[in-house]
Write a protein that binds this ligand. Structure first.
Ligand SMILES: NC(=O)c1ccc[n+]([C@@H]2O[C@H](COP(=O)([O-])OP(=O)(O)OC[C@H]3O[C@@H](n4cnc5c(N)ncnc54)[C@H](O)[C@@H]3O)[C@@H](O)[C@H]2O)c1
Length: 463
């Protein structure tokens, strides 16, 4: 198959760190020929990694896309409110597009992008990475096998851990609705998509409640300063104390250890008890190095050089060192959506940001059996119990060690490249239409929450 040439728009966490490494691992599949990124350090680092000549390094998407088409594909990985402009321009310039979710932050924006792709017959891949995980693919197969009988009720939870919530939705880029997205769109467009995909049915109506209750100034510890490192009196007790989350990394390791197995679990347990020993062993054991020299998310968001010394320095002045009670954030920290799906299936989706353990949990009740599942940072499983035989079957759906989003990131980019190579435009456009439906459900849920109403969702063009 021919190597797919691509341009990257937005060399941040998702574009440069999560998707682009695929091109370094499989250079015969994907090759970056140009980049647009306003931050000089990020642009230069990406250009160096992918050997992009100076002429093909641009400060923004506008200048890159003003050039004649430079490649077959464009990856658009800018922030939520910066998707419409580059997506429309790239589609019109002839690119097949991989677009980060959310498609856009308004219904109009989402519809415009999808209809433009359809009208021009270009591939549009929205990054619903969960579809490409072993976990949700297995869950879908189980439902389709009929082993659960008639599906009656589904309870799905997006359990955002307390430290991930504080990182992304309090201190980070998704803290304010007007600057990014409502949290139900940012976090759960994935879940609406998965629910429709595994059930093979649409949602007919929904209602929703939720609010921001905890991360507010009135809940700050007494005399807490604006920044953790300015002698916060709660530094020994507050779970959100920034060095505890980003320098010690204890919350991340405890979470991964909780759901992982095998060697990685042993390595993390050793790190939690004797970090000095893990560091010493890392010279001979690569798995120990993965832990002792960890430079991934969320550290990689705090600073470009995510070693502990630079992280600590960044916490002194950067956004991730702020007290979580003084961030001016306004997105919810919990929201529940109650839905009725076709076939009178009752479905609840709970998204909350105070979970002790990060992960998505699912429980499905059928007339002939039950499914319970957990999709965690360190590992995943699905258990099916059949009513008549009493038999329980456990499926280990854990992906390869360290694979982001349970292997979904790599699965998605691989599928995007393959679909371009095989010219499967129609299939890509069907996926884009389904992605649009999931976004419309998220907008409806936000309307229902704000307006306190039941919203009818059985027509795609609902307001
Ligand atoms: N699919 C998923 O599961 C998933 C997970 C996390 C984030 N996301 C989404 O991915 C997107 C990117 O998130 P991120 O964490 O990588 O953000 P980021 O801020 O790390 O990266 C965005 C990059 O775009 C650059 N940029 C800004 N203006 C630009 C311009 N005019 N031209 C080109 N580049 C420009 C920024 O400098 C930055 O480097 C967001 O929409 C986010 O919601 C998706």
């Amino acid at each position: 198959m021919k190597t797919v040439d691509a341009v990257l728009i937005g060399a941040g966490q998702r574009g440069a760190n999560d998707y682009a490494p695929f091109a370094l691992r499989y250079p015969d599949q994907l090759r970056f020929v140009a980049v647009a990124e306003p931050l000089a350090e990020r642009r230069a680092r990406f250009a160096l990694q992918h050997q992009i000549p100076l002429d093909n390094q641009f400060e923004n998407w506008e200048t890159l896309l003003a050039n004649p088409q430079m490649a077959r594909a464009a990856l658009i990985c800018t922030q939520d409110q910066m998707h419409v402009g580059p997506a429309l321009a790239a589609l019109r310039a002839g690119y097949d597009v991989l677009l980060e979710k959310p498609i856009a932050t308004t219904r109009e924006g989402c519809r415009q992008i999808v209809s433009t792709a359809v009208g021009l017959n270009r591939q549009l891949y929205v990054c619903h990475v969960l579809r490409y995980t072993r976990h949700f693919q297995t869950m879908r197969q189980i439902l389709q096998s009929g082993v659960l009988g008639q599906i009656i009720n589904l309870d799905h939870r997006e359990n955002v851990s307390w430290w991930h919530m504080s990182h992304s939705f309090v201190r980070g880029s998704w803290a304010n609705r007007d600057e990014s997205s409502p949290m139900i769109l940012a976090k759960c467009c994935h879940d609406f998509d998965i629910l429709m995909w595994i059930l093979g049915r649409k949602c007919e109506r929904l209602s929703s409640v939720g609010k921001l209750v905890h991360f507010r100034p009135e809940n700050a510890p007494a005399d807490a300063p604006e920044r953790c490192l300015d002698d916060c009196p709660a530094s020994e007790t507050c779970p959100f104390y920034a060095p505890f989350i980003y320098v010690d990394l204890l919350p991340l390791w405890r979470n991964v250890a909780e759901t992982s197995t095998g060697l990685i679990r042993l390595a993390i347990q050793a790190q939690l008890r004797a970090p000095g020993l893990v560091k010493a062993l890392s010279a001979v054991a690569p798995i120990m190095r993965q832990v002792s020299d960890y430079r991934g998310w969320p550290r990689s968001v705090v600073t470009l050089d995510p070693i502990p010394e630079s992280v600590l320095e960044a916490l002194k002045t950067g956004p991730y060192g702020r007290c979580v009670y003084h961030c001016g954030n306004d997105v919810v920290d919990h929201q529940v959506v109650l839905m009725q799906f076709e076939g009178d299936i009752s479905v609840t989706l709970t998204m909350h940001g105070h979970s002790h353990i990060e992960g998505r949990s699912t429980r499905i009740e059928g007339s002939h059996g039950q499914l319970q599942a957990f999709f965690g940072l360190g590992g995943s499983w699905i258990e099916v119990s059949e009513h008549r035989s009493g038999r329980s079957t456990r499926h280990d759906t854990t992906s390869e060690i360290g694979a982001a989003h349970g292997g979904g990131d790599e699965g998605l980019i691989a599928a995007f490249v393959r679909n371009i190579q095989e010219g499967r435009t129609q299939q890509a456009l069907e996926l884009a239409q389904q992605a649009l439906e999931s976004h419309l459900l998220a907008f409806a849920a936000e309307d229902a929450r704000l307006g306190g109403q039941v919203v009818s969702t059985n027509k795609l063009d609902h307001n």
